[in-house]
Design a protein around this ligand. Structure first.
Ligand code: SF4
Length: 324
């Protein structure tokens, strides 16, 4: 029997190559080894989102990109968090067993308070409890995390341990699957690739759009003239070549250092390789887009399958808590 992976993602709309290389490819490969539940955590998004005008569109675009990139709805459950109301019920019950002091010491809560002092809502402090409910509702056994997310998972494990000790065993403690998510820098070369910094390349971009975006990228600032030798180790274009031109990285590094290749030529090569690498994705996305209800149907099917698990978990929880 395959173990169950749970992973949640904020709805961020059309995906960029940072999402693709960092997360999506990992989720696609996990499907071979695990039963995966991939959840669009729209309620979590509300803790920092003050305007929800584009929320539905963002969910749709993100799920469409994920499906086109290889998430297989026959193998995995794709579900939107708010479509399964049991998650908020379990969150409320977990909030009764979670000491407030555990939540107040979470570093990301303190960071969020600094980032949005005008909107320190209750959801921000309860975020780890809702995250625990997300995982526990489906009895997730494995959670892929980067090293920076390990403390959050440990807190979830503590909450579940406390629940089990107070009310009897219901929940397995989820194990971390430590994953090296590559840090993909944006085209500005200083920040992580992100839509909010407008330093990204959408994976659905046409070859021409990819070229236009890549040509704006910052390279080695010491290379002011074509004849200047470059330093590929500090150039983000070179970092991206490692993913998209992996068979020629040594040659590119050497040609950059000896000024045999110029930045314009180097960027054109990268843009062409990104475009050809993502061609199967673009073709699949076009085919899926031609089925206007496809994403809605996938999410409805995911909700039906997820709800079966959720209802059974809640029955056990309520029985153990003497709520039934
Ligand atoms: Fe970067 Fe390529 Fe220019 Fe070297 S030649 S600095 S790797 S863009």
């Amino acid at each position: 029997m395959k173990k169950r992976v749970f992973s949640g993602f904020r709805p961020t709309g059309k995906q960029h190559i940072g999402n693709y290389l960092g997360t999506i490819q990992n989720c696609v490969s996990l499907q071979q080894e695990y039963n995966c539940i991939y959840c669009v955590v729209d309620i979590h998004a509300l803790t920092t989102l003050e305007n929800t005008d584009t929320l539905q569109e963002d969910i749709h675009e993100m799920v469409l990109d994920w499906l086109a990139a290889g998430i297989d709805p026959e193998k995995s459950i794709l579900v939107v968090q708010s479509h399964i109301p049991q998650v908020t019920e379990l969150h409320t019950l977990f909030s009764m067993v979670t000491p407030l002091s555990w939540l107040l010491r979470v570093p990301t809560f303190k960071e969020k308070v600094k980032m949005q002092p005008h909107n320190v809502n209750y959801g921000l402090v309860g975020y780890p409890v809702l995250m625990t409910a997300d995982i526990a509702l489906y009895k997730g056994e494995v959670v892929p995390v980067g090293e920076d997310q390990l403390p959050h998972l440990e807190l979830a494990r503590e909450i579940l341990r406390r629940f089990n000790s107070l009310f009897g065993f219901v929940f397995p403690e989820p194990q971390a699957k430590l994953t090296q998510f590559p840090l993909i820098m944006g085209l500005d070369g200083v920040s992580k690739m992100s839509k909010s910094y407008n330093n990204h390349i959408e994976i659905a971009s046409s070859p021409q759009q990819i070229l236009e975006r890549v040509m704006t990228a910052v390279t080695d600032p010491a290379r002011r003239y074509r004849s200047d030798p470059g330093h590929p180790e500090i150039c983000n274009i070179f970092s991206l070549h490692k993913f998209f031109t992996s068979n020629r990285v040594d040659e590119i590094a050497s040609d950059c250092r000896s000024a045999k290749i110029g930045c314009v030529e180097c960027k054109k090569l990268l843009a062409a390789n990104i475009a050809s690498n993502l061609e199967p994705f673009r073709e699949k996305k076009a085919a899926l887009t031609a089925k206007p209800n496809y994403v809605t149907e996938v999410l409805a099917d995911g909700a039906t399958r997820a709800e079966v698990i959720a209802k059974e978990t809640m029955r056990e929880v309520k029985e153990n808590m003497r709520l039934l």
